[in-house]
Design a protein around this ligand. Structure first.
Ligand code: V55
Ligand code: FE
Length: 481
């Protein structure tokens, strides 16, 4: 997870502050063509973290920056799903270990284990809060009240789970999504499906993975679907010992799996590759017979809190990721390997984004939070930056958030529905460590991020940490007075 929202070094173990702020203070000027809402979600523990548990298991806390005519309101709420409500009633944690149901309190049998803490998207008139081990929870887009916990698309959801990284088809607006461990805990079944904007599931295929690993994100192009199986693998022994779901098994290869969209999944080709980690996709596209998938890639376990299966120490250098272009020549009947090209060797970072209107298409611009690649004073901790990459020229632009600040993932908002790629705003939450983690939402011109913020929304408080965020333009929000 991003290191934003850092708690102070001392004080209570929990934060949990739900907020409502009208007409927030702004430095600079909110552009009048920025209308809609920026949603974000991240883990915020409801009860103190159980020993041995990890930050990825905190309860989902959703934040909304609502932009209207140059003004902005902020609201945040916990997702009041089955888990949160049961724990609230009991007054204690009932799901003490990340994705380990053997540790659950017996009273919660049959309830959804979802924390809903990873990603958030709008669908029809709902906001779906996502955790990849469970179905979504549906919230009201404006009040952030949980209106339909365990949302199954009116019973159509073919999988027991739903990814945190659905994609939106650039042509149809359909959602392409999948569930892994789709037939239950630890199963090697993956269900892939397509949902229309009206909420009808119009395509579903089933595949099996070579081994059960963290299948956090995937890539969708106009013709293909690509999975990437990494050695953060299901660890049955560790689970029996009361530990978390995954450990890093450095003896395992990666598998790059490609299938055609619209088929039955039997055509999937698994291509073996070197031991690597890749958790997030920046963008993916077809070009002739080649399929390209741009990911954040590291040589080993990127998460210090995920155990190493061999007991070795976590390695921060091998765990650092870079934007890396993977590609496969699909004109060969049996591709034996996939291409690996590190695109920007000097920029280390995770949580890449693009202009999401290009989810399935050739794209030119990508964005990434990264430490300053050229710090002026190398003896100090490098400042947090956002980088903007132009894949056509391979040139980069940098926004530097200044000292003692962390930056959450950024999110792109187009200037208008039909604006050219990358024309619009890039926003993200900066946490000021010298001010107890107080939050600023920084708004940049996405074509000139090096010019600094156009506007900064100054919150008076720290807000919950963020994993991912999502922009919803005004025309996709319900009308309100
Ligand atoms: C990620 C985050 C998760 C998780 C699995 O960034 C992978 C990746 C916040 O939870 O459960
Ligand atoms: Fe993610």
């Amino acid at each position: 997870m991003g290191s934003d929202g850092a708690p102070p070094a001392s004080g209570p173990r929990l934060y949990r502050v739900e907020a409502d702020l009208r007409d927030c203070e702004v430095e600079g000027k909110i552009p009048t063509d920025l209308n809609g809402a920026f949603y974000r979600v991240g883990p915020d523990f409801q009860y103190p973290m159980h020993p041995g548990n990890i930050p990825f298991d905190g309860e989902g806390h959703v934040g909304m920056f609502r932009f209207r005519n140059g003004r902005v309101d902020f609201r945040s709420r916990f997702v009041r799903n089955e888990r949160w409500l049961a724990q609230d009633k009991a007054g204690r944690a009932l799901f003490p270990m990340y994705r380990n149901p053997t540790m659950d309190d017996p009273s919660v049998k049959g309830l959804s284990r979802s924390t809903a803490n990873t990603h958030i998207i709008n669908h029809r008139n709902l906001l779906l809060a996502l955790k990849e081990d469970s179905p979504p929870d549906a919230l009201d887009l404006l009040t952030l009240e949980t209106v339909q916990p365990r949302y199954t698309f009116d019973g159509q959801l073919p999988s027991e789970t739903f990814t945190a990284h659905p994609k939106v088809d650039s042509e149809t607006g359909d959602i392409i999504a999948f569930g892994y461990e789709a037939k239950g805990f630890g199963t090697d079944d993956v269900s892939v499906f397509q949902i229309t904007p009206a909420g009808k599931i119009v395509w579903n295929a089933w595949i099996k993975v070579p081994y059960v690993g963290l299948l956090h994100d995937f890539a969708v192009t106009q013709k293909h679907i690509v999975f990437y199986v990494i050695p953060l693998a299901f660890d049955e022994e560790q689970i029996k010992r009361g530990g978390i779901h995954w450990s890093w098994d450095g003896s395992k290869p990666t598998y790059f799996g490609i299938m055609r969209r619209g088929g039955d999944g039997k055509d999937i080709r698994w291509i073996k590759g070197p031991t690597r980690s890749a958790t997030h996709v920046m963008g993916a596209f077809d070009d002739g017979n080649r399929v390209y998938v741009d990911v954040e890639m590291s040589e080993s376990n990127p998460f210090p809190f995920m155990p190493m299966r061999g007991g070795e120490a976590w390695d921060p250098i091998a765990g650092a990721s870079r934007i890396t272009r993977l590609s496969v020549d699909m004109s060969r009947r049996n591709p034996r390997e996939y291409g690996i090209e590190v695109m920007y060797p000097h920029h280390l970072g995770a949580l890449p984004r693009q202009d999401d209107r290009y989810n399935t298409m050739p794209y030119r611009y990508g964005f990434l939070p990264c430490p300053d690649p050229n710090p002026k004073d190398p003896s100090k901790r490098p400042s947090a930056c956002y980088a903007r990459f132009d894949h056509q020229t391979r040139k980069t632009q940098l926004f530097n958030a200044g000292p003692n600040t962390t930056l959450a993932e950024c999110c792109f908002a187009p200037r208008s529905k039909d604006a050219p790629e990358g024309s619009g705003y890039l926003m993200g939450v900066a946490s000021r460590l010298d001010e107890g983690g107080r939050a600023d939402l920084v708004i940049l011109d996405a074509e000139h991020i090096d010019e600094g913020p156009i506007a900064t929304v100054k919150l008076p408080i720290r807000i919950a940490g963020q994993i991912h965020g999502w922009w919803v333009p005004e025309e996709q929000l319900p009308t309100e007075a």
